[in-house]
Design a protein around this ligand. Structure first.
Ligand SMILES: [Zn+2]
Length: 465
């Protein structure tokens, strides 16, 4: 024991003499990036990937992407369905600032009418693609999600928009194609059967553009309902269990990611390319009494995978800090050296977290496809979900109870009410910012000063702190 103690004190003396090791790893800096590939797998729950601890199956290609760079254990979507979540991802503004959670009143059949509500990403908002295009990147989107196609505002900034007009048949809309402004046309039957064709169309485009700076958004739909995985992905014929069928589609997607990684390696090369893979929301299988998504803000529908690979990022980095889809735009802009004002964006660069710096980031969520209006705020070890119609709330400790099984609103009411105050303040700021944005977009606006707009945006950024 004595000799061990001597050894330890000798070691400590040595460390003191040569300089104590830093608590965090050396600062990571991304190498020059002139190609960015944003992969969004619609409806992909983080906890169905083996790198996130799922042990019922393996997702080797997604794991390989995670091992190549960093993976974020706790990435949160700002909404539980596609339109508000993708609007926020592509602008680094909350869905409420973009008007993507406003509802039509006077609904006779709430479920069907809300399914078809006409929220669009406003054309006056600056999207990631527009910022990249202005900087000289060739921009292309390959999007298998009818909800994001035609007339929804998501095509802004993309020179090349490839989508399946019919399952498996990819068409391209150039910027002046009037089809881009056609009102939204509804959901395609078998919409999720086009991912392989879309990936090959991306390969062909990169074959012609990879010598230049490029920004590519690939949006895959396979895990989305209906759950009907191809036969070779290990689901028995006649299987009825939705979760088992969904897993088959996750494995099918994993195989496609293998092909995407091959294309990135061949066409672009990993030494110049920032690759980010994530999802717009998760999927529920009855955990809190709901199915699919868009019906709650519980973890199963907002916890998404987030993987990042880039030159300068050593492999195998795990980030435990809570992060948000809102953080993707500032990360890409910083990595690709695209000038921007960080104060205009609600998210923040993810790269400092790779070195172990930084804290959990607070997350505000809203935006439901069905049902009532619900807001949620996660801050530190607290998550509050507020149902505006019922004027009731649930309160969880996400660190101790990540599955949100133990509602603490009765036993920790005072703490819950503190967070409820922050939720209400955030909601008020969100509404103020939304009206400032609308006013600023109208001709001849002088009503709100730039200082006042900046003040509201800054207050919003602090989410009630
Ligand atoms: Zn979606």
């Amino acid at each position: 024991m004595n000799s061990l103690r001597q050894l330890l004190s000798g070691l400590l003396l040595f460390v003191a003499l040569v300089g104590a090791p830093s608590c965090s790893t050396p600062e990571i800096e991304l190498g020059p990036v002139d190609a960015v590939v944003l992969i969004v797998v619609d409806t992909l729950r983080a906890d169905r990937l083996s790198c996130y601890g799922y042990d019922a199956h393996a997702t080797p290609h997604l794991d390989a992407l995670a091992a190549r760079g960093a993976f974020f254990r706790d990435a949160q979507a700002p909404a539980s369905w596609t339109i508000p979540s993708m609007g926020a991802l592509l602008t680094s503004q909350y869905p409420g600032q973009l008007g993507l959670v406003e509802r039509e009143e006077s609904v006779t059949n709430p479920r069907m009418r809300r399914k078809q509500h006409t929220h669009n990403l406003p054309l006056y908002e600056r999207t990631l693609a527009e910022r990249m295009e202005e900087r000289g990147f060739d921009t292309a989107a390959f999007v298998d999600q009818p909800g994001l196609n035609t007339g929804r505002g998501f095509m802004q900034g993309f020179d090349h928009w490839a989508f399946p007009r019919h399952p498996g048949r990819i068409e391209v809309l150039t910027p002046d194609d009037p089809m881009r402004h056609r009102p939204w046309g509804g959901f395609l039957e078998h919409a999720d059967k086009s991912d392989r064709a879309l990936i090959e169309s991306m390969d062909a485009w990169l074959g012609e553009h990879a010598a230049k700076p490029v920004f590519v958004w690939l949006h895959l739909l396979t895990p989305h309902y209906p759950y009907d995985p191809a036969a070779e992905f290990g689901v028995a014929e006649g299987e009825k269990d939705k979760s088992t069928l969904y897993d088959g589609e996750v494995r099918e997607t994993d195989a496609m990611i293998g092909r995407v990684m091959e294309i990135i390696g061949q066409r672009l090369g990993w030494d110049r390319t920032l690759v980010i893979l994530t999802s717009d929301h998760g999927e529920a299988f009855g955990e809190h009494g709901t199915w699919e998504h868009g019906q709650s803000l519980h973890r199963e529908v907002v916890h998404v995978p987030l993987l990042l690979a880039a030159p300068g990022v050593p492999g195998g980095i795990e980030v435990d800090r809570r992060v948000r889809l809102l953080d993707i735009v500032p990360t890409v802009l910083t990595a690709a050296a695209v000038h921007h004002d960080p104060a205009e964006l609600q998210g923040a660069d993810l790269v400092p977290l790779l070195s172990g710096d930084g804290e959990d980031r607070p997350v505000f969520m809203e935006g439901m496809l069905y049902g009532g209006t619900e807001w949620a705020l996660i801050r530190d070890d607290r998550k509050l979900m507020y149902d505006a119609q019922a004027d009731s709330f649930l309160f969880f400790d996400p660190r101790r109870d990540p599955l949100e099984l133990d509602d603490l609103s009765g036993t920790q009411k005072r703490r819950a009410l503190g967070l409820l105050d922050a939720v209400e303040t955030t909601h008020r700021l969100m509404a103020a910012d939304r009206s400032h944005r609308l006013a600023a977009a109208a001709p001849g606006d002088t009503a709100v000063s730039a200082e006042e707009r900046a003040r509201v945006q800054q207050a919003l950024k602090s989410l009630g702190y």
